[in-house]
Design a protein around this ligand. Structure first.
Ligand code: AMP
Length: 147
């Protein structure tokens, strides 16, 4: 198995399926507070149980102060990205890397039959590849030393 042929489902299995989300009615201040508290970079925006967008650190840096807005009076709804790019658990790490590179994004909600079952960040992918690499090196060393 190569480094990037593993599935998104396998990564989620290790990382866990829990996802912090935010409501579109929340203020941008509440959203960045949650990002800071949970030490994360993106929040899927959910209304009822529907995924209606995504809000990331980058939306905050580009769409608030620079647009003359303030985080206490701006709602997440006003600055979210509504065309969400998502991935399915059956797709591979390579598929996810390609999507993130092409679209210049660092977060992908994972959808299974329209339901959000997790979120994968570029950091999760880097961690995955590093551990897959070190496992492969261990195996090759064991093989070469006849263990
Ligand atoms: P990021 O690099 O993930 O912080 O996101 C950069 C920009 O792309 C921000 O405007 C995000 O709202 C948007 N973005 C991030 N992830 C996604 C995604 N999965 N689908 C659509 N837009 C996204």
């Amino acid at each position: 198995m190569t480094m990037t042929s593993g599935t998104i489902g396998t990564i989620l299995h290790h990382k866990g399926a829990s996802v912090w989300t935010i409501s579109p009615q929340a203020t941008v201040f509440e959203a960045i507070q949650l990002l800071a508290r949970k030490n994360i970079g993106a929040l899927p925006v959910v209304e009822g149980d529907k995924l209606i967008g995504i809000f990331t650190e980058r939306d905050y840096t580009r769409k608030v102060a620079l647009e003359g807005k303030t985080s206490h009076t701006t709602k997440v709804r006003e600055i979210l990205t509504s065309e969400v790019v998502a991935i399915s658990p059956n797709e591979t790490v390579e598929d996810a890397m390609r999507l993130m590179t092409e679209k210049r994004i660092r977060h992908l909600p994972v959808l299974e039959e329209g339901r959000m079952v997790g979120l994968i960040s570029i950091g999760d992918m880097v961690n995955w590849i590093i551990s897959a690499q070190s496992a492969a090196i261990d195996q090759m060393e064991a093989y070469l030393s006849g263990r």
